[in-house]
Design a protein around this ligand. Structure first.
Ligand code: HEC
Length: 307
């Protein structure tokens, strides 16, 4: 194999050797720089969507705390007296509702906030397969946050999820068994869902999905553009190098070879004319001197041919 390439390399033209070498270097360079650049771009995109998700998550936690600390005390009595439940007193509900208003802004339609519970009080919060798996993961392997990607019909989205834990015994007033829950709750949500929760249970995951299609598209655009510029620059370099090589080396060597060939066949008028003083010019001048010496020597050997 090595021998094969050695012979092949020996017998190819200068320009072919030159181009093979430059193209090889370029392909290696493009692969290395392209993949590094792509990874860097992807990391930047992920950092951007994940920081958006985090800000939204903390904002929603603010809404939850506000509801818990300021709204719930105001509405507490209504939960006992009214026949219909007042969900505005419940923190996950207000977070979800605030987010629905947020989503109404143009450009934010595909952002999603969910209190995903495998056994929810409000069926709107029913965790789908993906989210149920996330809740299970939180239950099996306690962690404060999980991040990742999920495919939707509108494209890829980045999610940030946090577990919702039953930390206070007061939560169980409404989520343990139907017989101690407020009547209004039973009237509105029924007795089948959102019960049987226990203290310290991880019952749901609070999830923010940030659509990433737009930023991924812009990442792809910058990647293709940069790669295009790189390849264009390379082609320009190869073409101009080839042009220079042909003009300053190859064509002149071919001319010298042709002249030497003619001279060897006896055409002593053939001249290695060169007006340049570079390496090839010096070579041509040396050939001229050699041809002249040869002419003189031949005339001495063959005096009859003198004219
Ligand atoms: C006064 C009754 C009540 C109390 C107390 C209460 N919740 Fe709820 N919770 C509800 C109702 C009703 C809903 C459904 C609201 C809606 O319509 O979105 C709900 C919804 C939730 C949800 C969203 C998933 C689902 O079931 O729909 C979570 C998570 C949750 N509660 C956790 C808690 C935790 C944790 C506590 C204690 C800090 C708590 N709840 C205290 C009544 C209550």
């Amino acid at each position: 194999m090595g021998m094969f390439f050695k012979t092949l390399f020996k017998n190819t033209k200068i320009s072919t050797k030159f181009n093979l070498f430059v193209i090889l270097i370029f392909i290696i360079g493009i692969l290395l720089s392209g993949s590094t650049f792509w990874i860097a771009l992807e990391q930047r995109a992920e950092a951007e969507v994940s920081s958006k998700a985090l800000v939204l998550m903390e904002t929603m936690n603010g809404v939850r705390s506000y509801t818990q600390d300021r709204i719930k005390p105001l509405l507490k009595e209504r939960l006992e007296t009214e026949s219909k439940f007042t969900p505005e007193a419940v923190a996950p509900f207000s977070a979800r509702e605030v987010f629905e208003y947020f989503r109404k802004n143009p450009g934010y339609e595909n952002f999603i906030f969910k209190n995903a519970a495998p056994n929810p009080t409000n069926l709107r919060d029913q965790a789908d397969e993906f989210e149920t798996k996330l809740v299970k993961e939180f239950q099996n392997q306690p962690s404060s946050e999980k991040n990742g990607w999920r495919d939707f019909s509108f494209g890829k989205a980045f999610y940030t999820a946090r577990p919702i834990v039953i930390k206070k015994p007061s939560c169980l007033e409404c989520h343990s068994t139907p017989d101690i829950a407020p009547k209004s709750l039973l009237a509105t949500y029924g007795t089948k869902h959102g019960f049987g929760w226990k203290l310290n249970d991880i019952v749901a995951a609070q999830i923010v999905y940030v659509p990433a299609e737009e930023i991924m598209a812009s990442v792809r655009r910058s990647f293709v553009m940069t790669l295009g510029i790189l390849i264009g620059t390379f082609l320009l370099i190869v073409f101009s190098l080839n042009f220079l090589l042909k003009r300053t080396v190859i064509q002149r060597i071919q001319k010298i070879a042709k002249t030497a060939q003619a001279a060897s066949l006896g055409d002593m008028k053939a001249d290695f004319e060169e007006d340049s003083k570079d390496e090839i010019g010096i070579l041509a001048m040396a050939f001229n001197r050699m041809k002249y010496s040869l002419e003189v020597a031949m005339k001495r050997l063959n005096p009859r041919e003198r004219n």
